[in-house]
Design a binder for this molecule. Structure first.
Ligand SMILES: C[S@@+](CC[C@H](N)C(=O)[O-])C[C@H]1O[C@@H](n2cnc3c(N)ncnc32)[C@H](O)[C@@H]1O
Length: 254
């Protein structure tokens, strides 16, 4: 059986694989879309992974609490020693965070799609609602149903490398339309001058329509403000956009 996802071997190559991802730009878009003050706020980065968004939030003067379910990813985030304004905790600690203490929650790079069930999504949004200040903001992205159905998942091989390491990753998807999910099996080969390591991971990704996401948000007491894409934040998403972003606010209705 394949290992659970984001296990230690995958965590070790995560930053190499995503070295080109626009973490800085995404945080800038979050700040401007959510109308956050220039600095000083407290951000929850849920599914923080190796702390790449957190590092940018800190540079912009924010305090960050990063939560993640995976200790291997958290270990890498902690080793970056980002300073006293950053803390990285296991996601099971979410209960211990102070109510109405956060200016914004971000949950970026398809973390919503990793949540195992609708109940888990709703429970998490309830937590976020409790933790946010009355005018709190919530930004997240997820796999978008119209694009998944239109573009269809396909087998892809990608290569990544730095000075010391080469990675070949083949993603083989299986579509379970009755569960609205894609199970992606990753076969990964990591080579360096000294050795070669092969392993597999299975990532189950759920996809959502805008209406489903808006329903989850409303049920937890959020108002869905806008859907957009990282590539073109002023454009409405369409069936070519595999992953889309949602900005929501804590609804101040009684
Ligand atoms: C694609 S990675 C994104 C990591 C980081 N946000 C980034 O942008 O680099 C997805 C992350 O979600 C985390 N994750 C998956 N399911 C989770 C859950 N139920 N609760 C918390 N974190 C979860 C994984 O451990 C992983 O670090």
């Amino acid at each position: 059986m394949a290992a659970p996802c984001f296990d230690s071997d995958y965590a070790r190559i995560y930053d190499l694989i995503y070295a080109g991802k626009g973490y800085g730009r995404e945080v800038e878009i979050c700040i401007s879309k959510a109308g956050l003050a220039d600095s000083g706020g407290h951000i929850l980065d849920y599914g923080c992974g190796t702390g790449n968004h957190a590092s940018v939030w800190l540079d912009r003067g924010f305090r960050v609490t990063g939560l993640d379910i995976n200790d291997s990813m958290l270990d890498i985030a902690r080793k970056k020693e980002l300073g006293p304004q950053a803390e990285f905790l296991h996601s099971s600690k979410i209960d211990q965070l102070e109510s109405q203490s956060l200016d914004a929650v971000c949950m970026l790079f398809d973390v919503l799609s990793y949540l195992p069930s609708s109940e888990a999504v709703q429970e998490l949004m309830d937590h976020f609602h409790r933790l946010l200040k009355p005018d709190g903001r919530f930004i997240f992205d997820f796999w978008y149903e119209p694009a998944v159905l239109h573009l269809k998942p396909e087998v892809r091989t990608a290569h990544f490398q730095d000075e010391f390491t080469r990675v070949r990753r083949t993603a083989t998807p299986t579509h379970f339309s009755n569960e609205k999910s894609i199970v992606v099996n990753y076969e990964i080969i990591v080579s360096s001058d000294e050795r070669e390591l092969k392993f597999e991971e299975t990532h189950r990704m759920r996809y959502f329509s805008q209406a489903e996401v808006a329903d989850f948000l409303n049920t937890s007491g959020f108002k869905c403000v806008k859907f957009f894409t990282w590539e073109e934040p002023e454009r409405e998403p369409n069936q070519e956009d595999w992953s889309i972003v949602c900005f929501a606010r804590k609804d101040e209705r009684p």
